[in-house]
Ligand binder design. Structure first.
Ligand code: SER
Length: 324
């Protein structure tokens, strides 16, 4: 059956690029982008939607004959910590509205979980797929509750729910907003524009990361996987690399030797990062649906600097050290 896809939170960092890839595969009109904000530059069908509004969700699903939802509308970790009740209401309210529509209209649903679904008692290195999940951030609480709720809709109602636990997503089109891993994106913009970056996490903080093309591949492949092979559903660990700000700076220096990093630590985001794993193990995703990332830190750094240099750098000296 030809899929007709609804994306919530479609103007965010991930949705804005996922929509492009999905439209290339399924056709522009088969992908309905929605967001709580308007999009004056929409490149295809767009509807303004507050994903918490169950009636509005069901109406869009019905009128656009939707078969699959990528439910991306959510607050990220740092914003969730500043506004915990909004995070609960938005992250859980949106998910419930989407799952109820999925139950009624037999939709398949992708929901992103996160490295934020782990906590201080979780094994920090090579964090297994099935392990202790006692997060201490409100973001993490909503992610664990979301994983459980998605599994519940599968077991109880047979709704085809699937998801991955994303690490920090690095990209160069739409900036992330309010996450703990945002530094790993900002650093490339600052490197190209100013040769200097002040990082809000300590230099030795290790976190998992993934480059956007791999993140998109994960979200598409897990939804297209043969259901007979899935032992897990919500949600698969996926990772492509684990590094610290110090290491990322060292890789940037391979291409921009005069790049400097300084630190001005934000205690809230540092505490969140300290409660998350240093590195994930993603064996279940590899075995159950063939997960295999393409970008490591070096390849991603070269691509980010090349892309941003072409777009942002104006002075001739800014392009001198950039990878070709
Ligand atoms: N990138 C997210 C955040 O930092 C983690 O899922 O909030």
């Amino acid at each position: 059956m030809a899929e007709r896809i609804l994306i919530t939170g479609g103007l965010g960092q991930f949705g804005s690029e996922l929509a492009v890839t999905l439209r290339e595969r399924h056709g522009t009109d088969a992908v309905i982008v929605t967001d709580i904000r308007d999009d004056p530059d929409a490149a295809g069908p767009f509807v303004r939607l507050d994903a918490r509004d169950g009636d509005a969700v069901r109406q869009i699903v019905r009128s656009h004959r939707i078969t699959r939802v990528y439910h991306l509308a959510a607050l990220l970790s740092a914003v969730s910590e500043a506004r915990p009740m909004d995070a609960w209401e938005i992250n859980m309210g949106g998910l419930v509205a989407v799952l109820e529509a999925a139950r009624e209209f037999s939709l398949s649903v992708f929901t992103p979980s996160s490295i934020g679904a782990f906590g201080p008692q979780t094994p920090k290195e090579f964090t297994p797929q099935d392990t202790i999940q006692r997060p201490t951030s409100m973001y993490g609480v909503t992610k664990v509750a979301g994983e459980l709720l998605c599994d519940y809709y599968f077991f109880k109602y047979g709704v085809d729910t699937r998801g991955v636990r994303f690490p920090g997503i690095i990209s160069n089109v739409t900036p992330p907003g309010g996450g703990t891993t945002d530094y790993a994106v900002d650093i490339y913009y600052a490197a190209v524009q100013h040769r200097r970056y002040t990082c809000f996490l300590q230099g030795d903080t290790y976190l998992d990361m993934i480059y956007m093309p791999d993140a998109i591949k994960a979200a598409i492949d897990v939804m297209d996987a043969d259901p007979a092979k899935l032992r897990h559903r919500n949600a698969f660990n996926v990772t492509a690399m684990s590094f610290s700000p110090e290491e990322q700076a060292a890789y940037i220096r391979r291409y921009l030797p005069d790049f400097e990093i300084a630190y001005d630590v934000d205690p809230v985001r540092q505490a969140i990062a300290n409660s998350w794993p240093n590195s994930l193990e993603d064996y279940a995703a590899r075995v159950e649906w063939g997960w295999q990332p393409e970008y490591d830190l070096d390849r991603m750094t070269a691509d980010m600097l090349r892309t941003l240099t072409a777009r942002l750098a104006t002075s001739s000296d800014a392009t001198a050290g950039a990878p070709g």
